[in-house]
Design a protein around this ligand. Structure first.
Ligand SMILES: O=C(O)CCC(=O)C(=O)O
Length: 312
């Protein structure tokens, strides 16, 4: 039995109308890859590693370091190191692994003129249309498995380089061993340990490549595990959830659960982390029992089940 990542993502043309996008993807909350949307605005042509080196290389930026073990314990929104953007871009343009990544970084604030190059696309325009964030990574840099803390939908546009994306729907939160009070999981999707995490056998997900120029629509609460295949630059814009219960979750997540988790993590450290891990296992076991009741035959091995190193 292996992780089933055989779901096929829809790939659509960037000329889709807002109305059609809303009906087919936003309202039913279905992920979709919009081919070439980046090229509908000046940034598609303009934004490259050299462009950012020349125009913003002197700015200090904050980066996450995947070697920081604290990230396993709590959802981090602040980076670990600072360096001039130029130095970081020199790292990611080399064809070498780096554990350093830029994550939810507001480069528009550093340079508001970037807005003229890439505004929130009409497809996701709304109250959060000004909230744009940058993401960068080098070859093989992984973005740990998580879903977004604010429970809003996200449009993630790739301007440079390509990425492998694994997506899993929120209905699998328990089977993915989501840590309580957090929006991440420490399961290893590259090398799933089914003895430790048997719930993963009941999960179905997507595994695909997001190419330069593509925008990925990620509905609210979708797990994502992204791996840069080469140096890459992306920007996300968000669309506020229209679902009242998700809106309440968003407020609680940002305003109560995450801050509370940070404080308890500081005070109790491993004891708090071990308790959260125990709860995630209990919830997964319950979800497994439910799956077994609904479908008594165990998940089957079949051709379409992929292991994580393959992508289509
Ligand atoms: O692709 C990336 O670097 C991370 C994107 C991401 O995690 C997000 O938009 O929440």
């Amino acid at each position: 039995m292996a992780l089933d990542l055989s779901l096929k993502i829809d790939r659509i043309d960037a000329d889709i109308s807002v109305k059609e996008f809303r009906e087919r993807y936003y309202k039913p909350q279905i992920p979709v890859l919009i081919k070439g949307l980046a090229n509908k605005q000046p940034a598609g042509e303009k934004w490259s590693i050299d462009f950012f080196k020349e125009t913003m290389g002197h700015h200090e930026v904050e980066l996450f370091d995947n070697r920081n073990k604290e990230h396993e314990k709590t959802t981090a929104l602040n980076g670990d190191v600072k360096m001039p953007l130029k130095d970081y871009l020199e790292i990611i343009e080399k064809d070498e692994y780096t554990p350093l990544r830029m994550f939810v970084y507001d480069m528009f604030k550093l340079n508001p003129a970037l807005r003229d190059d890439f505004r929130c696309p009409d497809l996701v325009k709304g109250k959060l249309g000004k909230l744009g964030f940058f993401f960068m990574g080098g070859k093989d840099t992984e973005v740990r498995l998580h879903f977004d803390v604010d429970y809003n939908s996200v449009l993630l546009t790739q301007f440079y380089g390509s990425k492998r994306i694994v997506l899993v729907a929120p209905e699998y939160h328990d089977l993915m061993y989501k840590l309580p009070f957090n929006t991440h999981s420490n399961v290893d999707l590259d090398n799933p340990d089914y003895d430790k995490h048997p719930g993963l056998q009941y999960v179905k997900g997507y595994d695909f490549i997001q190419e330069e120029g593509d925008s990925l629509f990620m509905p609210s609460g979708y797990w994502h595990y992204n791996t840069y295949l080469e140096g890459g630059i992306a920007v996300s814009y968000r669309k506020m959830t229209e679902n009242p219960s998700l809106f309440i979750k968003s407020i609680l997540s940002l305003g109560v659960f995450l801050p509370m988790d940070k404080v308890i993590n500081k005070v109790f450290g491993d004891r708090w982390f071990n308790w959260k891990t125990k709860v995630s296992i209990q919830r997964a076991n319950k979800a497994i029992a439910k799956c077994k009741m609904e479908n008594p035959s165990p998940p089957q091995n079949n051709e379409k089940r992929t292991t994580i190193k393959k992508a289509s």
